[in-house]
Ligand binder design. Structure first.
Ligand SMILES: [Zn+2]
Length: 192
């Protein structure tokens, strides 16, 4: 894995902290939601002047973290969010409320346990709404996300019918919104 932190005064110090931070995040993620897609490899983590995202042209994943989150360890929360998108990858345009909701709820929960008393800056309210839908789903069907990923490792590829088959007690409208696309095409610029 390479880390691109050229702009930092002391990139080496942060580089080792990023490497240290990644391991427990993936450990917890995999125990909670099942194993990563083994065809994918985390190749790179970069701090950049754009929105945080994951880029995966083929099998190598790159995590980009908005460098505004360097303050107060907030980047650890962003890393936890983006790590969810590394469990199984789809293009940003294809991401669903289910995947973004899982990423949001995992990262806020992980960050508040890791750094008690610290909070992540408020994100676009849509992320909290997506996390709310996932909570509703989990209240009906417990560890449903792990079950879902056994059938389909990339959460966003799950269809409404698959979801209703795995968790028949949810309403059709909840299944609709969880499997709906989260982003508009205008929000889906990706780095080259
Ligand atoms: Zn996300």
């Amino acid at each position: 894995m390479t880390l691109n932190m050229d702009f930092l005064v002391n990139p080496k110090a942060l580089e080792s902290r990023v490497k240290e931070a990644i391991e427990p995040i993936f450990e917890e993620l995999e125990s909670k939601y099942g194993p990563r897609d083994i065809k994918l490899r985390l190749a790179d983590v970069s701090f950049v002047s754009m929105d945080s995202t994951v880029w995966c042209p083929e099998r190598d994943l790159s995590i980009y973290i908005d460098k505004r989150f360097l303050a107060n360890e907030q980047w650890v929360g962003v890393l936890a969010h983006e790590a969810v998108h590394c469990l199984g990858h789809v293009k940003k345009l294809e991401m669903t409320y289910l995947e973004e909701g899982v990423a949001e709820s995992f990262s806020t929960d992980y960050f508040s346990r890791r750094f008690p008393g610290e909070t992540l800056p408020p994100s676009d309210p849509r992320y909290r709404i997506a996390a709310g839908y996932v909570k509703e789903l989990e209240s009906r069907c417990g560890s449903i996300v792990k079950t879902v990923r056994r059938a389909q490792p990339a959460l966003s590829k799950l269809t409404k019918q698959d979801l209703l088959g795995l968790c028949p007690t949810i309403s059709e409208s909840l299944a609709d919104v969880l499997t709906a696309r989260f982003y508009n095409p205008s929000e889906c610029w990706q780095p080259d």
